[in-house]
Design a protein around this ligand. Structure first.
Ligand SMILES: Nc1ncnc2c1ncn2[C@@H]1O[C@H](COP(=O)(O)OP(=O)(O)OP(=O)(O)O)[C@@H](O)[C@H]1O
Ligand SMILES: [Mg+2]
Length: 497
C-alpha cells in the first residue's frame, strides 16, 4: 500500500470562516510529511478532524491503511493508530507527570491501576528524553517547554502508525529539538508516519521528506523537500516572494532607558543578572530552555519575587511589587505563555486588546467601545490577523493569530520599553517579517525593545546586541558586528571560546 493515510476533498466550515476548502493530503508509511501554510491556513483544523475533535463537512473521504476512517473522539483515533501532539497544550496542572503520560491508558494489575509500574515506566521515558523532572511532580511547577516535552513523550509512547506533531518545537530550544528529532528518526525506521507542522524552515529541511502546502484553506501543492528550497516553499505558502526574511530598519541609538542591575530571584532561578537597553536599540536575550531568560523578565516585571537588585526606568529607580508598578512606568511584557498570562481566550479580540491600554480607549473618562474597535481593527490590519471580525472570540483564532493579538494588546499601550518573550513563536514567515518591521518602527520612534528568542538566526537578524544566559547567570554579551551562531551557542551552553 502506498499510503497509510489519505484524505480526499475535505472541507470544514465554521461560522463566517471556510477553514478548509476541498483539501487533500497523502501520507506514506515511514515518512515525515510537513504540512505548511500561513497562520489560519487550516492545518490544525484538518488535524483535529483526524483526531475526531471536529467533524468535517459532509463529502470527501479519509482512508487509513486503505480502509474508511471515521472517528468521533481522540480515544477512537488513538485506538485506530493516530496520535497527536497538540499546538495548544491543555495540561491539567494538578495532575502528576506520570498520570498525565498514562491518562486514558493506565497500566493495570488485577484491574487496579499499577502506580508503581506507571512511575517506573514514566521515569524511563523521561530519562530517554533527557528531561530533568520527577514523574511524581505535578505539571504546575513545570515550564512551558517541559510540559511540551511531556506531551511529546506521551504521543510517541502510544503505539501509533501516524503521529501528528502540531508545532512540537514551538516552545523548546535546539538541544531539545535534537532529542525530538532522534525520536522521529527512530519512529521512521519503525515505519511510523509523522505529520509535522512547523513554521521553522530549518526544521522542515532537516527532518521532513515531503511537504504539502495549504493557503487560505486550499491545497496549493506537494513535493519532496529535496526538490525544494526555502524561497520556493515560502512562495508556495504566501503566494509571493519574500527576499529579506529579517528586515532591519536603521534607528538612532540614544540614552539608556531601562536597566536591571544585579537581579536575584527569590527562588534563585536568576543569580545576579544585569541588563540594560538604550532608546532605539533592540537587545536580544539568547540561551537554552531553563537558562532563566523568562524567569529574569518575569522577575523584573513583578510576576515573581526578586530578593535583590535594582530596576531603573528612565533614570528613576522603580520598586516593583506587581506588574502594575512597572506597566505604569511605560514597560510592557509580551509573555511567553499566551494561555496562562497573555490572553483571555473566552473574550473577543476587542476585549483582549483593551485590557492593557484601557486609558487609551477612554472618551470623556468612560471606556469607549468604538475606540476599542477602531484600535483592534487597526492592529488586525497592521498584523494581518486572520479573523472574520474584531468581535471574534480569541480562542477560536488559529494559534499564530492568537499570538498576534497578544502583541497587539501590548503595542497599543505604547510603552517606552517593550520586553517580548518568544514573540514570534508559532507565527508564519510573512507575519514574522511584519512583526520585525513593527519592532523596527518602534525603535525608530525612540522606544527600546528586549527580545527573548530561541531562534538564533532571528536574534542575529534583528538585534543590535545579544545577551546570552546560561543556568541563571549572564554568560556573555555579543555586539552585532561580532554575531555568529557558534559564538552564541557556545555562550548558551557556557563553553569558553
Ligand atoms: N473553533 C473554531 N471556531 C471558529 N473558527 C475557527 C475555529 N477553529 C479554527 N477556526 C478558524 O479556521 C481557520 C483555520 O484555523 P487553523 O487553526 O486550522 O489554522 P492553522 O493553519 O493551524 O494556523 P496556525 O499556523 O496559526 O496555527 C482560521 O481562520 C481560524 O480562525
Ligand atoms: Mg495551528
Amino acid at each position: 500500500m502506498e499510503y497509510i493515510l489519505e484524505l480526499k476533498d475535505i472541507s470544514k466550515t465554521f461560522p463566517g470562516v471556510k477553514a478548509l476548502d476541498h483539501v487533500q493530503l497523502q501520507v506514506r508509511p515511514g515518512e515525515v510529511h510537513a504540512l505548511m501554510g500561513e497562520n489560519g491556513a487550516g492545518k490544525s483544523t484538518l488535524m483535529k478532524i483526524l483526531m475526531g475533535i471536529y467533524k468535517k463537512d459532509p463529502g470527501g473521504e479519509i482512508l487509513f491503511n486503505g480502509q474508511p476512517y471515521d472517528v468521533s473522539n481522540p480515544k477512537e483515533a488513538i485506538d485506530t493508530g493516530v496520535a497527536m501532539i497538540h499546538q495548544e497544550l491543555n495540561p491539567i496542572y494538578d495532575m502528576t507527570v506520570y498520570e498525565n503520560i498514562f491518562v486514558g491508558r493506565e497500566i493495570r494489575k488485577h484491574g487496579i491501576v499499577d502506580k508503581k509500574a506507571e512511575i517506573a515506566e514514566a521515569q524511563k521515558l523521561i530519562d530517554q528524553c533527557g528531561l530533568h523532572v520527577s514523574p511524581t511532580n505535578t505539571l504546575r511547577g513545570l515550564t512551558v517547554a517541559q510540559c511540551q516535552l511531556i506531551e511529546i513523550i506521551k504521543a510517541i509512547s502510544v503505539d501509533a502508525k501516524v503521529i501528528i506533531m502540531d508545532e512540537p518545537t514551538a516552545a523548546i530550544t535546539d538541544r531539545e529539538v535534537e532529542i525530538l528529532f532522534g525520536h522521529i528518526r527512530r519512529l521512521k525506521e519503525q515505519g511510523v508516519a509523522i505529520i509535522y507542522i512547523s513554521h521553522r524552515m530549518d526544521e522542515i529541511f532537516s527532518i521532513c521528506d515531503r511537504v504539502t502546502v495549504y493557503r487560505d484553506g486550499q491545497y496549493v501543492g506537494s513535493g519532496e523537500t529535496k526538490d525544494l528550497d526555502e524561497a520556493q516553499l515560502i512562495k508556495m505558502m504566501v503566494g509571493r516572494e519574500i527576499t529579506d526574511v529579517f528586515p532591519k530598519l536603521e534607528a538612532q541609538i540614544g540614552d539608556v532607558v531601562f536597566e536591571a542591575k544585579h537581579i536575584v530571584r527569590a527562588d534563585n532561578k536568576v543569580k545576579d543578572v544585569s541588563i540594560s537597553v538604550r532608546r532605539g536599540e533592540i537587545l536580544g536575550i539568547g540561551g537554552l530552555v531553563g537558562a532563566g531568560r523568562s524567569e529574569l523578565v518575569e522577575g523584573i516585571f513583578g510576576m515573581h519575587r526578586i530578593s535583590g537588585g535594582e530596576i531603573i526606568v528612565k533614570g528613576e529607580s522603580v520598586h516593583v511589587h506587581s506588574p502594575k508598578d512597572i506597566i505604569q512606568k511605560g514597560v510592557a511584557l509580551v509573555t511567553e505563555d499566551r494561555k496562562g498570562t497573555g490572553l483571555n481566550l473566552r473574550g473577543t479580540i476587542n476585549d483582549n486588546i483593551a485590557v492593557v491600554a484601557i486609558n487609551k480607549l477612554l472618551e470623556h473618562g468612560l471606556y469607549s467601545k468604538k475606540k476599542a474597535r477602531n484600535a483592534s481593527e487597526e492592529y488586525i490590519d497592521k498584523l494581518k490577523i486572520k479573523t472574520p471580525s474584531s468581535d471574534q472570540i480569541v480562542g477560536d483564532l488559529s494559534g499564530g493569530n492568537q499570538q498576534k493579538v497578544v502583541i497587539a494588546k501590548w503595542l497599543l499601550s505604547e510603552p517606552d520599553v517593550i520586553i517580548m518573550d518568544e514573540p514570534t513563536r508559532g507565527i508564519d514567515v510573512g507575519a514574522k517579517r511584519d512583526i520585525y518591521l513593527l519592532i523596527g518602527s518602534l525603535v525608530q520612534q525612540g522606544k527600546a525593545v528586549i527580545m527573548i528568542s530561541s531562534e538564533i538566526p532571528e536574534l542575529m537578524g534583528v538585534c543590535d546586541r545579544i545577551a546570552v544566559m546560561s543556568e541563571g547567570v549572564l554568560s556573555g554579551e555579543v555586539q552585532r558586528k561580532d554575531f555568529s551562531q557558534e559564538r552564541i551557542m557556545a555562550l548558551a551552553s557556557a563553553i569558553e571560546v
